[in-house]
Each structure stands twice: as C-alpha cells, then as structure tokens.
Design a protein around this ligand. Structure first.
Ligand SMILES: Nc1ncnc2c1ncn2[C@@H]1O[C@H](COP(=O)(O)OP(=O)(O)OP(=O)(O)O)[C@@H](O)[C@H]1O
Ligand SMILES: [Mg+2]
Length: 265
C-alpha cells in the first residue's frame, strides 16, 4: 500500500524571501537548518503549495510574492509521484490584485483546478501553529483528518466540497424561511449520501492508523487510542443505507433548529 513519493527538484522565483532558489534532492529525508528568519519554513510552505489550497500558512496569495518583486511568485517542482514522474509549476500572475487565484501547470499543460495535484502527490503537515488542533474546534480536526483521507482516497476532496455546497444551499433556504419540503429533501438526500460516505472514509482511515500505531509489543511508546466522536457514535458499523436514513431523519428533524442557529448543527 505504501507508495513513496519524492521531490527531486524545487525551484522558486520571487517566493517569500527567495528571489531565486533551486534545490536538488534525491528522495532521502531532508533536515533544514539555519538562522531564524533564514527561510526554512518558507521552503516548506513552497512544498505545501504542491497540494490544493493556500499552503501551510493559509496565506493570502499576494503576500507570498517576494516584497519588491516585479511579477508574481512561481514554484517549479519535479516529483516522482503516484502517477510517475511529473513536472509541476504553480504561482500567481503579476498584478492580479487581492482576489488572485493560483495557476497550475502539470507537465506544461494548464490544469483546470489545483485539485489535479492530488493525482500526483499528497502533502501533509503538522506545524506549531496547529497546536490548536488538539484543543481547538472539531472542524479543524476534521479538516486535518480529511487531508489524511485524501492521501489515500482522492475522491474524498470532491465529496467534501459537494457536501459543503449542499449544506450551504440548505442553510440558505432555511435562513430565508423557504421550507419547501421537496427542495429541502432533495438537498438533504444528497448531504446524507455524501456525509455517510465521508464518515465511512474517515473511519477507514482511523482503522489504518490504528493498525499502524497498534501495539506490536515491541515499542517503548504508549499505544494511542484513536476514536472519532460526535457523529453517530458507536453506530458506524451498521449498513450505510441505515446510516443514511438516520442522518436524513436528523436533518429533517433539525430544520427548525438549524434555521434558528443559521447553520447546520
Ligand atoms: N513576501 C515576502 N517577501 C520577502 N520576504 C519575506 C516575505 N514573506 C516573508 N519573508 C521573509 O521570510 C523570512 C521568514 O522566513 P521563514 O519563516 O521561512 O524563516 P525560518 O527560517 O523558518 O525562521 P525560524 O527559525 O524563525 O522559524 C522573514 O525574514 C520574512 O521577512
Ligand atoms: Mg520557521
């Protein structure tokens, strides 16, 4: 199952403090050392842009371009990825203002969306800024878990964004007081299908993690106990059709409450 993905080249232009930088790598582990502010995290941030989204700092893209640069930033990477060797280029165009979007080329061909990166590699990070992962909102932990799931199941990202979209339209109908039963039911059916599929994928990931971290009896480290709480606790081993029914009931019965809260509780 484990498939090794590695970076053989990373080339940056006008990225953070780097006017130009090029790294040649050979698939072994890398340790970055240097003075505070030297640009170590900036390099990791560049690698994080090889996955969809705004990178490990969740940056405003225009802030990523080197201060004083004439054009936008670019990142080029040669990756030995899940679909073989691939050249990835990403960056922003010069002077796009505040609402910039990130452009992506894969083997020189413009990609329709940065989601296409997940065909080639997955990037995961745990940074000090994510300490809150353990103490903060459960939505952050779900997002972290979903990135893990995405690394094994590329369809998970699509499910998550379709679910979000459906949930937003339901919230909108409810907040506008439009309790159109057939319209709401159609949206809720979509949410139930996607939601239960997502929950199952998360459970499966957790199972794999349990296997990986399970007690072989030979480690000096304590064995972690990994569970998902707060959604159909202890009931997830039932057939998914039953789970979808239950979830549909929860949504239907929760319409009034969700309308009052302005979100899907
Ligand atoms: N858009 C930008 N243009 C130019 N320089 C930038 C830009 N964004 C950040 N920097 C510079 O990058 C440097 C920070 O780099 P980085 O966070 O990678 O350092 P680091 O090596 O990880 O340091 P530490 O050891 O403190 O974690 C700072 O000097 C900052 O001024
Ligand atoms: Mg740093």
């Amino acid at each position: 199952m484990a498939q090794k993905t590695s970076l053989s080249r990373l080339k940056l232009t006008d990225f953070r403090n780097y006017a130009e930088a090029a790294l040649s790598l050979d698939g072994r582990h890398v340790v970055l050392t240097g003075e505070n502010g030297a640009g170590k995290t900036n390099l990791l941030e560049a690698v994080s842009f090889l996955s969809p989204g705004r990178g490990l700092r969740r940056a405003v893209l225009s802030d990523v371009t080197r201060v004083g640069a004439a054009a936008g930033f670019t990142i080029f990477a040669d990756v030995d990825g899940m679909d073989g060797e691939v050249s990835i280029g990403t960056g922003i165009e010069p002077g796009e203002g505040e609402n910039v979007t990130r452009k992506l080329r894969i083997n020189g061909t413009p990609a329709r969306s940065t989601e296409e990166l997940t065909d080639h590699l997955s990037v995961l990070w745990l940074t000090p800024a994510m300490d809150g992962l353990f103490t903060g909102a459960s939505s952050d932990r779900r997002r972290f878990l979903d990135r893990l799931v995405l690394s094994l199941d590329p369809a998970h990202g699509r499910r998550a964004s379709d679910f979000e979209r459906a949930m937003r339209s339901r919230n909108k109908l409810l907040s506008e007081g439009r309790f159109d039963p057939s319209w709401l039911s159609a949206i809720e059916a979509q949410m139930a299908g996607l939601g239960i599929a997502m929950a199952a994928a998360r459970q499966e990931m957790l199972g794999l993690l349990r296997t990986l971290s399970g007690n072989s009896g030979e480690t000096p480290f304590p064995t972690p106990v990994l569970t998902l709480e707060g959604f159909m606790d202890g009931a997830m081993d039932r057939p998914s059709a039953d789970l979808e029914e239950d979830y549909l009931d929860m949504l239907r019965n929760g319409r009034g409450r969700d309308a009052a809260a302005g979100r899907t509780l």
